[in-house]
Design a protein around this ligand. Sequence first.
Ligand code: NIG
Ligand code: FE
Length: 424
Amino acid sequence: MGGAADVGGGSGAVVADVLVTARGPLPARGRALGEPETLRPGAVAWEDGAVTYVGPPEGFPEGSPERAGAGRRAAAVVPGFVDCHTHLPFAGWRADEWEARLLGRTYRDQHGEGGIHRSARMLAGASDDEVLAFCRPLLAEMLAHGTTAVELKTGYGLSVEGELRQGRLARRLAEEAVQTCTVTLLACHAVPPGWTREDWVDTVCRELIPAAAAEGLADAVDVYVEDIAFSVEDLRAVAGAADRVGLPLRCHADQLGPSGAAEAAAALGARSADHLNHAGTAGVAALARADTVAVLLPASTFSLRAGAPPARDLVDSGAAVALATDFNPGTSPVLSMPEALAMACTLYGLTPAEALVAATANAAIVLGQGDRLGTLEPGKRADLVLLDVEDVREVPYRPGHNPVVEVVVGGRSVGASHPGGGPG
Ligand code: NIG
Ligand code: FE
């Protein structure tokens, strides 16, 4: 330990040459997405794990230790990154599939022998301890890249018992992790071997979702709408089942091809519509009017060498846009949020400020944590990252560089290498 947490347990302060945070009505939309508050210099203080002050350093109360110069100094400070779309827990990589795609196979070709089904077989073949041992260092690596809150998903269970097991493993990781973790039941990810699509959707609605809810395993329910997976009709059925147990809906929408999923997700009041590579003008217009957050996942676009979604149209039309890694062994073996910011800018044309707000404040809303996480404001949890950059634009400008020098979670400084363990 050491660093910022040393100014009292869970209390501390940082003065930075530049501090950038979203503030004000959230989710940030349109021009507001690219206009976070920027303080040069800026200061943040916290007590008992909650932010108490954000402003110029002269604003610290007269006579306070912070005014006298206690606390840390940093080149830059931003809120902790919120990775609102990942597929942890999983239990093995698929580099051979990625290489085969470089040589001409497609993700659709691989579906079955490879793809989601293969990750499901790897998960089923691993013991609980093996899965946890595989995932812990990945969560620690995420933390070292500044991710202070993260979504975990099921979707590699592919049976009622398999999905519940993956949900329990996700909850165990969540308990151990330094980060705030939420769990999404990706109940419809692939049709399990031996099932028809209709029977699986029916079982998901009648058995899996109620069982996961009764056991407290899920904070949201997700559906992969795609020609190789589930339909918009299936999404509607799952929406009804999720609604009956009070869980918000999320949707993998229009990733490989257009299906009308973005419009359907918006019409169903989904919490988010994610990917959106093939969303058309109707999808953009529907999201612009809706509370449904458009989650951009450029690292999967990069790994699949796919075309970009209408990201600028989404921002400019006023949709609430968030940004995440989609970390998974198939389409996005990328766990670094700074890397996701770089891809959102270079591949999708977001500005660095837009990418930062999308990856923090708006992403927290996707996790249902908008009142606690995602910005540096009094009353919110003191989750922040200290960066080595003089200008926050350098974060996406320098892909491959990890700009994170220190991470503070709940007011405590956590080192870059705490595999599975938190600071006391
Ligand atoms: O979000 N496309 C569907 N699901 C994941 C990939 C899962 C996998 O290939 O293992 C995604 O890209
Ligand atoms: Fe995904």
